[in-house]
Design a protein. Sequence first.
Length: 209
Amino acid sequence: MGNFLRVALAAAGVLALGSAQAGGDWALPSHVAVGSTPTLAEVLERRHSAAEFSEAQISTEQLSFLMWSGCGENRPELHKRTAASARNLQEIHAYAVMEDGAYEYLPREHQLRRVANGDLRRDVAATQPDLARATLAVVLVADLGTQDNELVAGIDAGIVAENLMLAAAALGLGARPRITMDDSRLAERLGLPSKFRPIMNVVIGKELR
Ligand SMILES: Cc1cc2nc3c(=O)[nH]c(=O)nc-3n(C[C@H](O)[C@H](O)[C@H](O)COP(=O)(O)O)c2cc1C
């Protein structure tokens, strides 16, 4: 399937995640194309760390909304983002880890750039292997060359993680923020530059309750 057709179908919400990822890079549909409009109070009442996930897929619109909520641009003319960062250094990079591969989220383009083939969700799940059933794990990586204070980088990652959790709650999805993961294996398989450090991850998918 050609890229144009894939993007058009994804924008129309026709493709499930598995087939939409079949190519290389991936232009996401607009983040506004999700139907759920709970109030902020309702979202905060729903927020919790999910313990169990089903293998059910999430839609491309949901993926788009999640990535934008975590790290996307909400003032593109200033290249500023949904998540605050100390001194606006924007040192947190979000990697979407899914069944068919891993992608770096590019906020300016609102695109996913494929960085690895194959399923790295077990490397994210690590000592909690059941969490690898969830469709998506967003690995938050700090560029310590840009922000050399690891404490501040951790705070900035936490802000992105909370955005992701609230977005998941708004979509009726389960999410769990975690520091557990196989950092060194992920750094290798994601091809991270030497100053990039995995800080935490958020596992997201349909919750089993
Ligand atoms: C920084 C941070 C790291 C966490 N790391 C893990 C983890 O490695 N594994 C895990 O299962 N849960 C992890 N959690 C989830 C917490 O256990 C959970 O947030 C806590 O039990 C409170 O539950 P709640 O989120 O449902 O309110 C983490 C949460 C935070 C904020």
